[in-house]
Design a protein. Sequence first.
Length: 185
Amino acid sequence: MEELNFEGTRKSEVLVTIDGRSGAGKGTLVEHISEYLGVDYCSAGDFFRSIAEEKGLTVEELSEQAGKETDLEVDRRTFRKGLSTSCVIESRISCHVLKNYSDFKIRLTADLAERSRRVSEREDLPVSEACERIIKRDQDNKKRYKDYYGIDMNNLQIYDLVIDNTELSIEETNKLIEQALEVYL
């Protein structure tokens, strides 16, 4: 995990990180926490899109040719953003990237059926196709993060809070998070 041993001086006052798999609710939650705390938010996906644009590629083209160096660049940008600006950051591994620099590390989970339903709605796909994509992405990410960084995606020990929101509404999840933020921040 040497590649993720980024070091720096934190200038941000508040830093919250959110991890989760596709369809777990990271994007929805990052916006809520950002508004609740009055800070910026960003996604590792934002950095990936920036890299694609810088290289004159579409996101799909970069995805096809991206390797470890692209992942590391996304993670470096995530790290720099977290240290320089009070914000909330979401990705699949932002809590691992920012480690103890993060004030509050959250992991969102939901069962496969619920994540498939959400992705199906978001991307206007049949649920079965969304499910297939999620299974493949989960398998690819699990292997990649283990191979690249030694991260076990099933190990939840680094998180301050783990929420399974399979049966929670967005409002219920937001309320839980607000209560936790009052305690942790």
